[in-house]
Design a protein around this ligand. Sequence first.
Ligand code: TYD
Length: 143
Amino acid sequence: MKKKEIGKEKEARLIPLPKIVDSRGNLSFVEYDAHIPFKIERVYWIYDVPGGQNRGGHAFKKQQEFIIALSGSFDVVAEKGKDNSIFSLNRSYYGLYIPPGIWRQMQNFSTNSVALVLTSTLYSEDDYIRDYKDFRIYNKMNE
Ligand code: TYD
């Protein structure tokens, strides 16, 4: 990805992260600019998800995020306009970049999975689009 394109993306995208292989245990990291196009303002994580439960099911107007499966696996369904992509996250050296304006749901969590989410904004309920119909209207207006 060329530098000038970073931060102007409209689609969710898997981004490989460095993996420092070591006999003592592997290490990965994520850095602003090198791997993600936003400064991290908040980090949260989702864990102890009971079998069959989904998380997410909303979009953001401004917030960008980067989701890593720190442990275990889960799927992220990302929808923009008419397109629907499913990303299976099951390695901690990959992350899913999600720009604003994407309806996204997290599902199929494996037992003991941990989803780490890095975000570009502080928590603000005003930034959420929680109603799917509102999302479709918002999307059309921002095409
Ligand atoms: P929500 O983002 O709806 O969870 P998910 O997308 O995983 O289904 O958040 C669930 C609740 O947690 C909601 O009441 C808001 C609260 N919350 C915070 O207070 N701070 C945060 O950083 C996040 C992500 C959620």
